[in-house]
Design a protein around this ligand. Structure first.
Ligand code: SF4
Length: 518
């Protein structure tokens, strides 16, 4: 239960945000002036979480005609419904970032374990589609978290400071009624829903607009032929209809794209990006295909050339187009590598198993038998905490895909069991599928990583975090350095020192501020 002080403070921020949003949305208003006021409000909320330079850079980014972000935010303010904007800013800015981050940090100290900033959970394993390579298909189609169980997870999470929840599945909107009722009850939390989009209709959009605390990531794998090839006939058309409806109701939504060897050319094409922009998407989440499960098709893994291409292409789209894009495998450097195991997030499947990540189907504990705090203290999560980051090269962040020996060790040492009830998979079998990929990617990833200085973030929530002292810490694994790299070390040391002298404050790379901080 929120205290009176908390409620009064929230109300004050709501009034301030609503006034600013109304003004920015007004025809003919000087949007850039008002957006700057919003940055000042954020500064007031976040205090010294960011440097003054970061706030000034943010102001420049959202007001300068040279920056795409000024047009991006102005378009957002024009098109997104007022209530959705206000409630989302309030829940993400005030509850999750401002209050939540501090509480999460306190909870970490108190419980001596990772406490995440967001929780992914699967209300159901049921889905009205059956897509190739979907991890959800591995769980089977019969499992559900009850309304009371989800309610209890959210209530416990809020006590730890967590105010951001993401529903995956299964198809969460098979449980539409419960999803809406929970968003209504926990109206101080933000809910992001990964959905196939086929169940989004007008009454649902109307309700989502009224509540204001729901946003959406709709799976789309390419144009009609590619998309329906994986997801089923007629799905593409339904997704386009869902985009149109959500745009009409001013909801916040984007695309969720799983990239494989097959669909990379399509989903990174200019035509595809233009289609998403025209449909009103604000973002596109690019997910690397993960070979999870006994029947996973390893041939869908991207080639090394494709993986490198994704790195540059997703950043290019982010820089130039009217979409915020993120590639969760290649953008690890902006969040300090792997965020799983409760460092920033964890996953609760529809059977109640609390897993480190949606892709890692091993666990020691179930939310039906243990409190959320106990589940976060489980041995597998402590293994994650003890070993993060899993690689100094954050282009190789994952304990499974790029460092499979690490996951194998962690699961065996922690005694975690497979959470795949249909076809339990041994960790050896799971990791075996990744070894060749990891070996092939390592030299290429190290070459790319070694090409530039990777400045230290002011705050990294690793258990064993310590300031970097050796210039080599800014590069990749020492044992992967070629003789030429080693010769360059002396020059690199000089560069790093010069860079540090010129940038005494925390550097702002333009997107770090958009990522979870806790
Ligand atoms: S376990 Fe792998 S896929 Fe999951 S968050 Fe960590 S790096 Fe990403």
């Amino acid at each position: 239960m929120a205290s009176l002080g908390h409620l009064a403070e929230r109300k004050a921020f709501e009034i301030a945000i609503r006034q600013a949003v109304r003004y920015v949305k007004k025809d003919g208003a000087d949007k850039s002036q008002q957006m700057m006021k919003l940055v000042d409000l954020v500064k007031k909320l976040m205090g010294n979480t960011f440097t003054d330079e970061a706030y000034e850079k943010a102001k420049w980014l959202i007001t300068s005609p040279e920056s795409k972000w000024s047009r991006f935010f102005a378009k957002g303010f024009d098109e997104i419904n007022e209530n959705v904007l206000v409630i989302s800013l309030l829940n993400m800015g005030y509850e999750a970032f401002f209050r939540g981050t501090k509480e999460v940090r306190r909870s970490r100290e108190r419980l001596d374990c990772n406490v995440p900033w967001l929780i992914l959970l699967d209300p159901t394993s049921a889905c009205n589609l059956r897509c190739t390579g979907c991890w959800a298909a591995e769980y089977g189609h019969k499992l559900n978290l009850t309304y009371d169980e989800i309610d209890s997870i959210i209530t416990q999470a809020k006590e730890l400071g967590i105010h951001f929840f993401i529903y995956t599945g299964g198809e969460p909107l098979v449980r539409k009624k419960d999803v809406l009722a929970l968003a209504d009850k926990h109206n101080d939390c933000e809910f992001h829903i990964y959905t196939n989009g086929t169940l989004i209709d007008e009454p649902f959009c109307k309700e989502a607009q009224r509540l204001g605390n729901l946003s959406f990531g709709v799976s789309v794998e390419g144009f009609e032929e590619t998309n329906d090839g994986r997801r089923g006939e007629g799905v593409y058309e339904k997704v386009m209809n869902a985009f149109d409806l959500m745009k009409q109701y001013g909801l916040i939504f984007g695309a969720s794209c799983c990239y494989t060897k097959v669909n990379i050319p399509v989903i990174t094409s200019d035509e595809f990006v233009t289609m998403l922009e025209d449909k009103g998407c604000r973002y596109a989440w690019y997910f690397h295909y993960m070979p999870v499960g006994n029947d996973a098709d390893v041939s869908l893994l991207p080639t090394m050339e494709q993986r490198e291409y994704m790195l540059y292409r997703v950043r290019e789209i982010r820089k130039d187009r009217m979409l915020f894009t993120m590639d969760f495998q290649n953008d690890g450097e902006f969040v300090g590598g792997c965020i799983a195991g409760g460092r920033n997030y964890c996953h609760i499947n529809s059977n109640g198993d609390v897993e480190p990540c949606v892709f890692i189907h091993y666990s020691n504990m179930n939310i039906r038998e243990h409190s959320l705090a106990e589940c976060l203290q489980q041995p597998l999560f402590q293994e994650y905490r003890n070993r993060q980051p899993f690689n100094k090269n954050l282009l190789r962040p994952c304990p499974m895909l790029e460092n499979p020996q690490v996951l194998q060790e962690m699961v065996l040492r922690s005694g975690a069991h497979s959470t795949d009830l249909n076809s339990p998979e041994s960790v050896e079998h799971q990791c075996e599928k990744c070894y060749q990929y990891a070996r092939d990617w390592a030299p290429r990833a190290d070459r790319i990583w070694n090409q530039k200085v990777h400045p230290e973030k002011r705050y990294e929530n690793y258990k064993n975090w310590r300031p970097k002292t050796d210039p080599k810490d800014y590069y990749s694994n020492e044992d992967s350095l070629s003789p030429e790299d080693r010769e360059d070390d002396a020059k690199a040391a000089v560069l790093v020192e010069a860079w540090k002298a010129e940038h005494p404050a925390q550097p702002d790379n333009g997107i770090a501020s958009a990522t979870p901080l806790s």
